[in-house]
Design a protein around this ligand. Structure first.
Ligand SMILES: *Cc1c(COP(=O)(O)O)cnc(C)c1O
Length: 437
């Protein structure tokens, strides 16, 4: 039965059609317990580390001064966009719709400011403590001083990226003082390479896709003892950096008197590439809200790697090319052919489902958001609107609501579209995207 259903799903995916998938392996959160290799303690540790670094971030990035060195994004209600979606897509969305503007996160202008920066900070802390650059209980502000920078110049950070991870790792590492090498896939936009080079980052370009850039970067890094490679596919640190978003969002919801409980479900829609960012955020949210939060990923129809990995159970052992898809998409941040197996396995018992979306629609959502709310987010980030746009039209979702007794609670639901990037996009590129002079 399940197998047959899967066959129909894969057939549609092969044709490049949009699909809605409900995860059949999800179980009540109270039963997940020990099944996951990471837990609440790990998130607390990450959260404490972010706090220790706040004095440094404040000093090194003056734009974080108002928030006292905490890198966090606004949560804004987008009622005009909700009306447009209901009018033009017949989504029948009930409840309130919000945008989580990671597109406007300090330093990196994308969700990668969570995971990418966190991993570099963790590595930096370890090096600094081991080498007496920092002593226990000393303020981390010291890391912004010239003698610390000179020390980190002896070390290299490398990463493979479709763009935004490279930007976040490149910028934070260069500011700390590291020698940085970013290995960019063919999908990466020119302006991202230019911006990195302006920070003195060594940007290497590859003809192939993301997988190839990662492979070359890792091989080079492994030859050098003083080099550290950020591994987007398997990194627990990246994942935990993202997961801290859960407690941050909880605080924002409380501040606005937005309740999340059995009668007030929370729906979160997250664009997915290799899986680390949406996976980490989902993990963080589930630890706090359990069964009251429903997390859905969104992927481009030509690069639905996480959906393919989860639906087949093959995870990193299957790639979108294996079912004849190209992997090409205007959502450069989501142009990933093979998912993280580490993330997929953690998502198995907790993810609610997935939506896939055509490139044309990404552009429509982008323009609609700009027109209704005067907010620009990049194409990848727009994938998340597929959830609220087609919720009400989807048979699969109707079943999900029945099964989870959600039908009469939707009036009181909060929906959050996770806007994963956009504020660093140069003005001329924004205009090109929006089709304006
Ligand atoms: C990286 C990225 C994502 C997805 O994150 P993954 O960890 O690759 O799944 C989504 N949107 C934007 C803009 C990104 O840069």
């Amino acid at each position: 039965m399940v197998k047959k259903e899967n066959d129909a799903l894969i057939e549609k995916m092969k044709k490049g059609e949009e699909v809605v998938w409900i995860n059949p392996a999800r179980i009540p959160f109270s039963e997940v317990g020990e099944r996951l290799e990471l837990g609440k303690e790990d998130i607390r540790d990450a959260s404490e580390r972010w706090k220790r670094f706040a004095p440094f971030l404040r000093k090194a990035f003056p734009e974080t001064e108002p928030a006292e060195g905490i890198i966090e994004s606004p949560l804004v209600e987008i009622n005009h966009m909700k009306e447009l979606l209901n009018r033009e897509y017949a989504g029948g969305l009930k409840g309130r719709l919000f945008l989580k503007e990671d597109s406007h996160l300090a330093v990196a202008g994308s969700v990668k400011a969570r995971g990418g920066i966190y991993e570099v900070l963790k590595h930096t802390e370890a090096l600094a403590l081991q080498n007496g650059i920092l002593k226990e209980n000393e303020s981390y502000e010291k890391l912004a001083y010239e003698n610390s920078r000179a020390f980190f110049g002896n070390y290299t950070i490398q990463v493979g990226s479709t763009g935004n991870l490279g930007l976040s790792i490149g910028i934070i590492s260069a500011v700390i003082g590291y020698h940085v090498v970013v290995h960019m896939s063919a999908d990466a936009r020119q302006w991202k390479k230019d911006l990195l080079r302006s920070y003195g980052v060594d940007v290497r370009e590859y003809e192939g896709d993301y997988g190839e850039a990662v492979k070359c970067g890792r091989a080079l890094s492994d030859q050098d003892e003083t080099s550290y490679f950020v591994d987007d596919e398997n990194s627990r640190d990246l994942f935990l950096g993202y997961a801290v978003a859960g407690e941050r969002l909880q605080k924002q919801l409380e501040e606005r008197n937005l309740t999340v409980d059995d009668a007030h479900p929370l729906f979160v829609y997250l664009p997915c590439g290799v899986g680390g960012a949406p996976g980490g955020i989902t993990f963080g949210l589930k630890q706090i809200f359990g069964d009251h939060v429903h997390c859905f990923f969104a992927e481009p129809v030509q690069a639905p790697c996480m959906l393919l990995g989860m639906a087949t159970g093959l995870h990193q052992d299957i790639a979108v090319e294996d079912i004849g898809l190209s992997g090409n998409t205007s959502a450069d941040g989501l142009a990933v052919g093979r998912p993280s197996g580490f993330v997929g396995r953690i998502m198995e018992p907790i993810l609610s489902g997935e939506f896939t979306v055509c490139d044309d629609r990404l552009s429509d959502y982008m323009k609609a958001l700009y027109q209704t709310e005067d907010v620009f987010i990049e194409p990848s980030a727009c994938a998340a609107f597929q959830g609220p746009a087609c919720l009400g039209r989807s048979e699969e979702f109707r079943e999900y609501m029945e099964k989870n007794h959600l039908r009469d609670k939707m009036e009181h639901a909060v929906h959050i579209v996770w806007a994963t990037g956009g504020s660093l996009v140069p003005e001329e590129v924004v205009k090109e995207y929006l089709g304006i002079e």
